[in-house]
Design a protein around this ligand. Structure first.
Ligand SMILES: NC(=O)c1ccc[n+]([C@@H]2O[C@H](COP(=O)([O-])OP(=O)(O)OC[C@H]3O[C@@H](n4cnc5c(N)ncnc54)[C@H](O)[C@@H]3O)[C@@H](O)[C@H]2O)c1
Length: 355
C-alpha cells in the first residue's frame, strides 16, 4: 500500500502535542508539507521531528492545491476551520479539522455535504472520549450496568490553566473563549458515552470575571487588555429522551473539581460512575448497591489506551480501509450546534429549543 501523504496547516500546540507525534510514529504515512503563518515555527517543527524532505510554506492555499497531498490536517484557530476545510475538500483531500469543527452548525453541514460530494473522509478532534476511563464507562453503559441513565455531569474546571498563548482570548481571532476550547470535549463526552446526540433544548450561562486576575496561571500570564471572551461556561442540555447533561467548562476558576481533566459523572437507575483524583483517566469509581448495601468501589481500566494514538490511528485507518473515523462529522456538527445555542441562550436569557 502506498503511503498516505499529509499536509499540515498550523504548526502550533496541538500539531506538536497530538498530530505530529502520532503521525510520525506510523510508517504508512508521510508528512509532505507544513504550513504556518509563522515560518520559523514551521521550520522548528520540521527540525524537531526530523522531517528533512518536507516543504514549508506560509500560504495555506499551497497546501490545498498541492498534488503531493492526500490528507490535510487543519490545526489553525477556530474561525479558519470552515474556509480551510471547504477548500481542502473541494481539492479532493481528506480532512482532519480540529475542534470545534466550525463556528456555525450550518457551516458544519456544508462541510459534511462537501465531503460526501467528493467521497472523502472528514473528522474532528474530540479525542478525550478515548481515555481508558470513558472507554470502560461506555462499555458498561452498553452492557446495561447503569440501568436508565438520566443525569450526567460533564466537567472541566481548570483552576489556573488558561491558554495564554496564541489567540485564545480574542473573540475576533478565536471566535469565543473557553466554550470553544474545553467546551467541545465536555459537550461531546456525555453524548458519545450514551450514544445520544439528540438534543431537545439548551440553557447556558457564562462568566468573564477572571480576565483582570492573570496571576498564577500555569501557562503564563495573559494580557487583560486583549481579553474579550468568556472564561467560564455552564449549560443544561436536555436530550429528547429526557436525560439531562450539566456541562461546566472553565479556564481560570477558584474551584477544584474531583479530577484535573475532562470528566463525566453519570447517574443511572441501577448504578453510577465517576472519574476522580489523579489517575482519573484510567480508573472508574462505581457507585451502587452490592449485597443489598450501598457500595462504592474503584476499578482499573485498560491503561494501554492513549487517546491521541487511538484517534489518529483510527483516522488514518478510516482512510485506508474506507471505514468510519473515530469521531464522526455529524457528532462534531451537533457539538457546534450546542455551542451556538449556549451563546444564544446567554444573549437572550432564554432556553433554546432544537427542532
Ligand atoms: N483536540 C484537542 O484536544 C485540542 C487541543 C488544543 C487545541 N485544539 C484546537 O486546535 C486548533 C489550534 O490550537 P493550538 O492550541 O494549536 O493553537 P496555536 O496558537 O498553538 O497554533 C495555531 C497555529 O496556527 C497558525 N496559523 C494561524 N493562522 C494561520 C493561517 N492563516 N495559515 C497558516 N497558519 C496559521 C498560527 O501561527 C499557530 O502557529 C484550535 O482550533 C483548537 O481548538 C484542539
Amino acid at each position: 500500500m502506498s503511503k498516505l501523504r499529509i499536509g499540515i496547516i498550523g504548526t502550533g500546540t496541538i500539531a506538536r502535542d497530538k498530530h505530529l507525534p502520532m503521525l510520525t510514529k506510523r510508517d504508512d504515512v508521510e508528512i509532505k508539507i507544513l504550513c504556518d503563518l509563522n515560518r520559523e515555527k514551521a521550520e522548528k517543527v520540521k527540525e524537531d521531528y526530523g522531517l528533512a524532505d518536507v516543504k514549508i510554506t506560509v500560504d495555506w492555499h499551497e497546501v490545498t492545491a498541492s498534488a503531493d497531498v492526500d490528507v490535510i490536517h487543519v490545526l489553525t484557530p477556530n474561525p479558519l476551520h470552515y474556509e480551510m476545510t471547504m477548500e481542502a475538500l473541494a481539492a479532493g483531500k481528506h480532512v482532519y479539522c480540529e475542534k470545534p469543527m466550525a463556528l456555525k452548525y450550518t457551516e458544519c453541514l456544508e462541510m459534511i455535504e462537501a465531503a460526501e460530494k467528493v467521497g472523502k473522509k472528514l473528522t474532528t478532534g474530540t479525542q478525550w472520549r478515548y481515555n481508558p476511563a470513558p472507554m470502560k464507562m461506555k462499555e458498561l453503559i452498553q452492557k446495561g450496568y447503569f440501568g436508565d441513565i438520566y443525569y450526567i455531569n460533564s466537567q472541566q474546571l481548570r483552576p489556573r490553566r488558561l491558554p495564554a498563548y496564541g489567540v485564545y482570548t480574542s473573540k475576533e481571532l478565536n471566535g469565543g473563549g473557553v466554550l470553544l476550547d474545553g467546551g467541545p470535549h465536555s459537550i461531546d463526552l456525555p453524548m458519545w458515552l450514551t450514544d445520544n446526540y439528540d438534543v431537545k433544548c439548551v440553557y447556558g450561562v457564562m462568566f468573564d470575571k477572571m480576565k483582570d486576575y492573570p496571576e498564577g496561571n500555569d501557562l503564563g500570564p495573559w494580557d487583560p487588555d486583549h481579553f474579550d471572551v468568556e472564561d467560564t461556561a455552564i449549560a443544561e442540555i436536555t436530550m429528547k429522551n429526557g436525560m439531562v447533561i450539566h456541562m461546566e467548562t472553565a479556564w481560570a476558576i477558584n474551584m477544584l473539581q474531583p479530577a484535573p481533566g475532562i470528566t463525566a459523572s453519570i447517574a443511572g437507575t441501577k448504578a453510577g460512575a465517576d472519574m476522580v483524583g489523579p489517575g482519573f483517566e484510567d480508573h472508574l469509581r462505581l457507585i451502587g448497591v452490592k449485597n443489598d448495601k450501598f457500595n462504592v468501589e474503584t476499578i482499573e481500566c485498560d491503561k494501554n489506551i492513549n487517546m491521541f494514538e487511538y484517534d489518529i490511528n483510527h483516522w488514518i485507518e478510516a482512510i485506508q480501509n474506507n471505514t468510519d473515523p473515530a469521531v464522526l462529522p455529524y457528532q462534531g456538527a451537533v457539538v457546534t450546534r450546542v455551542i451556538e445555542a449556549i451563546y444564544e441562550s446567554v444573549e437572550t436569557g432564554k432556553v433554546v429549543y432544537f427542532d
